[in-house]
Design a protein around this ligand. Structure first.
Ligand SMILES: [Zn+2]
Length: 387
């Protein structure tokens, strides 16, 4: 029987188990980190996926590989009893095995323990979260608390926008009661809201001319682009959580040539779903001020925001109560960064994010996880999966 309020989840026993398992968890994490896995190198990512798949099988998982051509394979592993008619829907644990780090990064950023941390590429984002999930499942199996099916989905291309795993994630989420995302914590907090993201490319064509001889015949694409940059930047509305940031611009050919072409790339973040179509309409309606120029735009919102829904808040409240039993206070936070949790939340499935490691330096040279938080957070994850 699943635990009821009369049969509380034995959080202290889970914590003791997580502490005992920490050396094995760190060993698994080190092996995952040392299997370097940049999103754009299928063979490398597949190597890391194979390691995780072998570990899942060793824990009794029912493993399925979603084969991919252009990206690493996507790993689906199921644990616990096979669902029967009337049994509760599974919980989906979501993570990724790819990193932003190119092959060879380990030479300059070796996986090592120092100053109470484990350092290395992909430790925080998010191989530690993967190791925690495996350990939590192992703990539940040992204590006999794995009463319902847990689906662990580890994709291979989250860092490049999850182009092939998104439909798999969405299909599994729709069949699940809740989604727990193994991305790093925000400071010490779980994440209950994330902004949605969009990208646009703006191209301006002008008319080239000699800057000295034929100035009047030219139409500067750079000047036109500058006006467009001002326009789109003015759509930022911090109170609404809407930001528009032009991150890249290029244009022109020579100093003495009126530029015939220029382009920009834009990063957009939205906090409410309704801002997606609104901002898409605005980009589509951009017009040149100088009619001799043309403006074309391509892009759109690619991840909807993860809004702080009632279902998500319920998951967070439960996590907070279990954390108290473990002796720490768990806060919630929102972030401008997106994850695969954005997809599952947008489908209306209660989604709690930031359930992986505590640390610093995702995508940065000082990427590391803080060891003292590893066991308590793993016990908390296990407790939530037991309930
Ligand atoms: Zn990540």
């Amino acid at each position: 029987m699943p635990p009821t309020p009369e049969q509380p989840v034995p959080m202290r026993a889970l914590l003791a188990g997580a502490r005992r398992s920490q050396p094995a968890m760190l060993d698994l994490l080190r092996r995952l980190v040392e299997a370097e896995s940049p999103s754009d190198d299928k063979a490398a990512v597949d190597g890391c996926v194979a390691l995780a798949a072998a570990h899942a099988k060793a824990l009794g998982g029912r493993v399925k590989l979603h084969r991919q051509r252009a990206f690493g394979d996507v790993l689906e592993a199921r644990f616990g009893p096979r669902p029967k008619a009337g049994s509760p829907e599974p919980v989906l644990l979501l993570g990724h095995l790819d990193t932003v780090w190119p092959l060879g990064t380990l030479k300059a950023m070796p996986c090592r323990i120092a100053e109470g941390r484990l350092w290395g590429p992909g430790t925080l984002d998010m191989k530690a979260g993967v190791a925690m999930a495996f350990t939590a499942i192992e703990l539940l199996t040992e204590i006999g608390l794995l009463h319902r099916e847990i689906v662990l989905l580890l994709n291979s291309e989250e860092e490049v926008g999850s182009p092939v795993s998104r439909p798999i994630t969405e299909r599994l989420a729709l069949a699940s009661q809740a989604v727990y995302v193994l991305e790093p914590a925000q400071g010490l907090a779980y994440k209950t809201a994330r902004k949605g993201t969009g990208n646009w490319r703006i191209e301006v064509k002008g008319v080239a001319a000699h800057a000295g001889v034929d100035f009047e015949k030219g139409a500067s694409a750079i000047r036109e682009l500058a006006r467009v940059v001002e326009t789109v930047s003015s759509w930022t509305d911090l109170k609404r959580g809407l930001t528009v940031s032009v991150g890249l611009v290029r244009g022109g050919s020579k100093t003495n040539v009126i530029p015939a072409q220029a382009w920009a790339e834009v990063d957009v973040r939205i906090a409410c779903k309704a801002d997606g179509p609104r901002i898409e309409r605005k980009f589509a309606a951009l017009q040149p001020t100088d009619k001799r120029c043309s403006v074309t735009v391509a892009g759109g919102i690619n991840r909807p925001p993860m809004e702080r829904t009632r279902g998500t808040v319920q998951l967070y409240r439960r996590a907070r109560a279990l954390a108290v039993e473990l002796g720490f206070q768990l806060d919630e936070a929102s972030t401008g960064g997106a994850s695969d949790g954005n997809f599952t939340s947008a489908l209306g499935i209660p989604t709690l994010d930031g359930m992986g490691a505590v640390g610093e330096g995702a995508h940065a040279r000082h990427e590391s996880i803080v060891l003292e938080h590893l066991a308590p957070r793993t016990a908390l994850l296990a407790g939530l999966l037991a309930g």
